[in-house]
Design a protein around this ligand. Structure first.
Ligand SMILES: Nc1nc2c(ncn2[C@@H]2O[C@H](COP(=O)(O)OP(=O)(O)OP(=O)(O)O)[C@@H](O)[C@H]2O)c(=O)[nH]1
Ligand SMILES: [Mg+2]
Length: 697
């Protein structure tokens, strides 16, 4: 495989909502560039980038993957990313190592939840973008409507540089507004393209759209604006240059048209990537040198520095580490330094990936994306760099898990296997957490949502041969108090020789939501010797974390220790710890304890027709609707809903909207559980954990 240098590389993250056709489109582009010789299809499980069995079964990308197209003497590296919210962290990491993004929207639905999330993530990186209105061959697809929803939500600077020839079933090609050429396709998904003049019936529309484009380009640059005012238009060169400059500066976002399934629009799309998105040579990268942020060019002569953006735990090849070389050149069969771990790593074969298929390269130069198998200690987010480079890369932040299930091995004795396998999976997916519940000793698997957990469990089975049962997700309830009380804890034991004696008095009072816990020591005059006060606090802490009503941690309150007594001989730490424990228990019995539950911010996107049904349903789920707006055909509903009511939402939304709705949620705050719902939660928790509470009491 040929080695490319920065100026002839484009790194493009393909992002957008689930089902907007990203994987299918990449598949078409790979055929058009001659990288494969037939059109892989998502529906047949034959695409290059959805190669994982789980992806093939579910027909959704679950993990970012690499592909490349050698096009017009350059190499375009595509990162096909998942559109589902549960897996979005991979898209974020992909954007971080790209110089531009291809944002896909569906020609029928327009902008959806994850389109917006992807756009925001690209904004944070000030990443140049092309927008592709995709699946234009579908019934009711419309560039105008999609454009309206794009401009309404993402900004007025999205501007078509192509118009579709025909719409829905009649979609046969595109008119390029810069060259004013038409590209028509054979209609057999072969990607065979014929260049010609725009159809006569589109002449007016194309001229008008080109003028709008010229105006937009002129507006993005003062000197072009002057020329535009003088001449009333821009020259062809000014247009081409101006558009490229404004796009690279992320001032304008050109829009193109495609159908991945019919393989329409591929060649002009790749031409647009080369023409308008920057190469690594044109987009300096950001790194950290000491305490400062520095911006540096992709110089392949500089000391090497690479960033690991993804790790895959492959069952055959072992660990595969994917990185971007930001500067310098990495050579196969060399030893490099992992700056983050402080260890050397031996590189074997350097590879570039076409989906799962590796091709060896002797070296990878600044700007390129590549991978290496079987590194020992390297993890996602690590910097691999020559010390002389003097830089590291800021890590990509991964979201904390929002949902947690208990898992149980199907066969006894599999627990060790689970934990080995889970640690491998945690390496490749930084958004899951696996741990043992310190209280119930259950194995807990936490992730970004139901689908994410299911996929993780499926991977456990397929790759590591461990089968587990999933138990209903645990809602992380909390307890708190609603009344101020004084309480007393006294521990006294008279045995044969040495006795035990500890005695303390506390005040307990509620604090505002989110304040967790405060301990205040107000002992003056030595009613409890200094040395025993930490023991009292420890007893209270332990007791608080064990909960009172249902075994959930007690939060948002203050304990003030104000009095007590001791015995010269019998008092010791354990006695005072026990006294603290008993005091809290005593106080809890009168402090009117109550349960708190997590409330989620939820955003739902659905066809307007379903809005009424969905709002009614949200009321039933104790949701508070905070906003609703129409965006083209889509309605966006914003609400706050208790987490416990959202566990089955995915299925509900799918069935109401026939699969066209989507939603996104994140943790907002804790709120009191309505009193009529508390007894059931307490009874369930007690049934699970009660025994232990009894033992302690
Ligand atoms: N009619 C039509 N269907 C398409 C087109 N592109 C993709 N599809 C279908 O839409 C579905 C989703 O396509 P994908 O390519 O998997 O979409 P994606 O954006 O990669 O989805 P995620 O991986 O979940 O983010 C599949 O059933 C495809 O066959 C298209 O251009 N036209
Ligand atoms: Mg996909």
């Amino acid at each position: 495989m040929k080695v490319y240098d920065a100026a002839s590389i484009r790194n493009v993250a393909v992002v957008g909502h689930g089902g907007s056709g990203k994987t299918q489109l990449v598949s078409a582009l790979l055929l058009d560039a001659g990288m494969v010789n037939r059109l892989g299809k998502v529906d047949d499980g034959t695409t290059v980038t959805d190669y994982d069995e789980e992806e093939i079964n579910r027909k959704h990308t679950l993990s970012a993957s690499l592909a490349y197209a050698e096009w017009n003497k350059s190499k375009i590296n595509f990162i096909d990313t998942p559109g589902f919210g549960n897996f979005f962290s991979d898209a974020r990491a992909a954007l971080y190592v790209s110089d531009g993004a291809l944002v896909a929207v569906d020609g029928v639905s327009g902008v959806e939840v994850q389109t917006e999330k992807a756009w925001e993530a690209a904004d944070e990186l000030q990443l140049p973008r092309l927008v592709v209105v995709n699946r234009l061959d579908r019934d009711r697809a419309s560039l105008d409507r999609a454009l309206e929803s794009l401009r309404q939500t993402l900004g007025r600077t999205i501007v078509p540089i192509q118009l579709p020839i025909g719409e829905d079933k009649g979609f046969t090609g595109i008119v390029d507004l810069v060259s004013m050429k038409a590209y028509t396709f054979a209609g057999d998904a072969s990607g065979k393209v014929t260049e010609g003049a725009p159809p006569a019936n589109m002449a007016d529309a194309a001229t008008a759209a080109r003028e709008a484009l010229i105006e937009m380009v002129a507006e993005a640059d003062e000197s072009l604006m002057e020329k535009f005012f003088d001449a009333g238009t821009l020259t062809q060169d000014e247009l081409v240059e101006g558009l490229a400059t404004a796009t690279r500066a992320a001032k304008i976002f050109p829009l193109v048209c495609a159908s991945g399934l019919q393989n329409i629009g591929g060649q002009p799309l790749m031409d647009a990537i080369l023409a308008y998105l920057p190469s690594p040579a044109e987009r300096p990268f950001t790194a950290i040198a000491g305490a400062e942020q520095v911006t540096k060019p992709a110089d392949d002569k500089a000391p090497y520095a690479a960033f690991v953006w993804k790790t895959v735990a492959d069952q055959f090849a072992g660990r595969i580490t994917m990185f971007r070389v930001f500067q310098g050149t990495l050579k196969a069969d060399s030893t490099v330094a992992n700056i983050s771990q402080g260890t050397p790593e031996r590189l074997g074969h350097l590879i570039v990936l076409q989906g799962k298929t590796p091709a060896n390269v002797p070296e990878l130069k600044a700007g390129d994306l590549g991978a290496v198998a079987k590194l020992k200690d390297t993890r996602t987010n690590d910097t691999i760099a020559d010390k002389a480079a003097g830089i590291t890369f800021a890590p990509v932040t991964f979201p904390e898990p929002v949902l947690s299930y208990a898992i149980e091995p199907k066969s006894r004795g599999d627990e060790d296997k689970i934990s080995t396998a889970m640690h491998r999976l945690e390496e490749e997916d930084l958004t899951i957490k696996y741990q043992r519940d310190p209280q119930t000793h259950e194995l807990l698997l936490a992730g970004q949502g139901q689908l994410h957990i299911e996929v993780t469990v499926a991977k456990l089975k397929r790759r590591f041969g461990v089968e587990v049962l999933l138990k209903p997700p645990r809602i992380p309830y909390r307890e708190t108090i609603t009344a101020r009380v004084e309480a007393h804890g006294r521990h006294k034991k008279q045995t044969g020789g040495h006795g035990q004696f500890g005695d303390c008095k506390i005040k307990m009072e509620p604090l505002p939501r989110g304040s967790e816990f405060e301990f205040v020591d107000e002992i003056f005059g030595g009613s409890i010797p200094r040395g025993f006060i930490p023991a009292v606090e420890k007893g209270i802490q332990e007791s608080r974390l064990r909960g009172y009503l249902a075994g959930y941690p007690v939060v948002d309150f203050r304990v003030t220790l104000y009095d007590g007594s001791y015995h010269d001989v019998d008092s010791n730490e354990l006695s005072f710890k026990t006294a603290g424990w008993l005091a809290l228990k005593d106080g809890m019995s009168r402090a009117k304890p109550t349960l708190l539950e997590p409330i989620m911010n939820v955003e739902i996107y659905a066809p307007g027709d379903n809005a009424g049904d969905l709002m009614g349903d949200l009321n039933g789920r104790r949701g508070r609707i905070s906003g609703m707006e129409a965006r083209g055909q889509t309605t966006v509903i914003k609400a706050q809903v208790p987490m416990s009511e959202m566990l089955t939402y995915e299925q509900h939304l799918t069935s109401v909207t026939g699969g066209r709705g989507s939603y996104h949620m994140e943790y907002s705050h804790y709120d009191e559980v309505p009193s009529h719902l508390q007894p059931k939660i307490i009874a369930t928790a007690k049934a699970e954990r009660g025994q232990m509470a009894e033992e302690i009491a």
